[in-house]
Every structure is written in structure tokens, then in C-alpha cells.
Design a protein. Structure first.
Length: 284
């Protein structure tokens, strides 16, 4: 860490005087809080941009913009992704960019909850863009697709969001939503490892059975993860407690979830026929 991030020096031979970090550490206990590979360089860069001397072309990045940028990247980047390029904009804003020989992704953080996102790929020669507030799932998918290309230097190891096999687009979409949603979930400290295990076990079942549709992803504060498919009064749910088991439940006009639940089946067990039939009807 450089001296600009850690200390200020008085005149003469005086010892360095510690200076508090202006860019706050995240304080919420999130499931996906393991992000050390890119965290330090990003925090250092943002602090440098906040503390930079003002000039006509690029004033310092506003502190609230820097903090929002940090939280945004935390929701987007896998733990071992290389840090993106970050620069100051013309009005206290921030610009974030990834670039490979085939893909460009640019995020313009105008203010908290005001982000312009753009990417260009070989199949999108003119690019695509989106105006975002605080939901960055689309950028999460862009980054995952960039990493799927296997570009050296952008990831150091295989990550949970990079599939090891070719999967249907809807299955990949569920995996993206699962990782993105669960990693932003707040859980009690004692249930953190349970919640992470539940996420991994849910991803295993989604991949194995190539599940489709658009389920809701819900994480309780005690680390229990539920995937729920709904259509009107009908529904189907998978419940993961992080202990190597999965529970199944189906709802329709004749029965509630509690009437049909099969609790604590081994994770490697096949999906029950009643659940498969209900899910097939829901996603048809």
C-alpha cells in the first residue's frame, strides 16, 4: 500500500502520522465477501482518484462515487478477476473498463445509482448499452462471458460462474442469477459458511439437471437458500440448507407447499417425478 493511502507526513524529520482511510471498508456481512484478488488495487486506485489534485480536465472523483463504484464492482467481479482500468471522469465521476482483443466493457459511474454500461463484442460490432441503477446482473453476465473466452490475465483460476461444460442459455442464466443474488445476500455471521455451501450445492443441482425457467432466488439470514418457480397459483421450490441435502416442494390449486414437501433428500438423488412434472409445466 502506498504512503498516500496510509499516512500523511509532517515537516522535517517527524514520524509519519497515520491518516484514516477515507474510502470505507464494506461493513455488511455478505455471502460473496471473498474478493481479495482485485480488492486492494481497486481500493488504492479509487483512493488516489479521490485525493488527486484538481485540474481543469479531471477533478477528483467524488467520495460517494468512489464508494458506489467499489460496491458495484464487488457485485460484478468474481474473486480472482484482474482489476479493471479505472479513471476519473470530467465531473467527479468515474469510468471503469475491461478490454480484451475481442471484448470491451465500459461503465460510466455518473453518480450513485446512475451508471451507463456499454460493451462491444465480435457479434455486437456497434455495441450494446444499458442505463443502470443498482442492479448489475447484466454486467455480471458480460464479465462472465468475457471470462468464458479464457483470456489470460483476466482470471487466475476457474471460478464458480464459469461453466465447465456447455449448458443451455437458460441454465446459464439461472447460474448467473444464483451467484449474483446470493453473493449480495446478508446473513448472520455464524451462518456464512452454511450459506456459501448452500450456493455451491444449488449450482451443482442446476448444472446437473440443466434446469431452466426464471426462478426467484431467496437467501434467509440463517443461510437457507430457496429457488422458487411460480406461475399464478402454481409453484415448485428447491430448498438448500448447505448440509448436502435438498428439499422439494410443489404447490397447486389442490395442495400447499407444506402438503407435498420431501425434506432432506441426498444432494445426489434424482429430482422426484412430481417435482419434475410440476417444473416442466411451469416453464413450458
Amino acid at each position: 500500500m502506498s504512503s498516500i493511502a496510509n499516512s500523511a507526513f509532517s515537516s522535517g524529520d517527524a514520524a509519519p502520522v497515520p491518516r484514516p482511510r477515507r474510502l470505507p471498508e464494506p461493513t455488511r456481512l455478505l455471502v460473496g465477501d471473498d474478493w481479495a484478488a482485485w480488492r486492494e488495487p481497486v481500493m488504492q486506485k479509487l483512493e488516489d482518484l479521490v485525493q488527486a489534485q484538481s485540474d481543469a480536465s479531471a477533478p477528483p472523483v467524488r467520495l460517494e462515487v468512489a464508494h458506489f463504484t467499489l460496491q458495484m464492482l464487488k457485485s460484478i467481479c468474481p474473486p480472482d478477476t484482474a482489476a479493471p482500468q479505472i479513471d476519473a471522469g470530467p465531473a467527479g465521476d468515474a469510468q471503469v473498463e475491461w478490454q480484451t482483443p475481442t471484448t470491451k466493457i465500459r461503465l460510466h459511474v455518473v453518480a450513485p445509482n446512475c451508471v451507463s454500461a456499454w460493451r462491444q463484442t465480435p457479434s455486437l460490432a456497434n455495441g450494446e448499452e444499458a442505463n443502470l441503477t443498482n442492479d448489475f446482473l447484466i454486467v455480471f453476465r458480460w464479465v462472465r462471458e468475457m471470462l468464458d473466452g479464457g483470456m489470460p490475465g483476466f482470471t487466475t483460476t476457474a471460478t464458480a460462474i464459469v461453466p465447465a461444460e456447455t449448458l443451455p442459455a437458460e441454465t446459464l442464466s439461472i447460474l448467473d442469477k444464483l451467484t449474483y443474488s446470493v453473493d449480495q445476500s446478508v446473513v448472520d455471521h455464524e451462518y456464512l459458511e452454511k450459506a456459501r455451501a448452500a450456493k455451491d450445492q444449488a449450482a451443482f443441482v442446476v448444472r446437473r439437471d440443466r434446469l431452466t425457467g426464471n426462478p426467484r432466488v431467496m437467501m434467509s439470514d440463517d443461510g437457507v437458500l430457496t429457488l422458487q418457480w411460480r406461475n399464478g397459483t402454481n409453484g415448485a421450490a428447491l430448498i438448500f440448507s448447505g448440509d448436502g441435502t435438498v428439499s422439494f416442494a410443489v404447490k397447486n390449486a389442490q395442495q400447499m407447499y407444506s402438503d407435498s414437501s420431501l425434506d432432506d433428500a441426498p444432494l445426489d438423488a434424482s429430482l422426484p417425478e412430481e417435482f419434475r412434472a410440476a417444473l416442466k409445466a411451469l416453464v413450458a
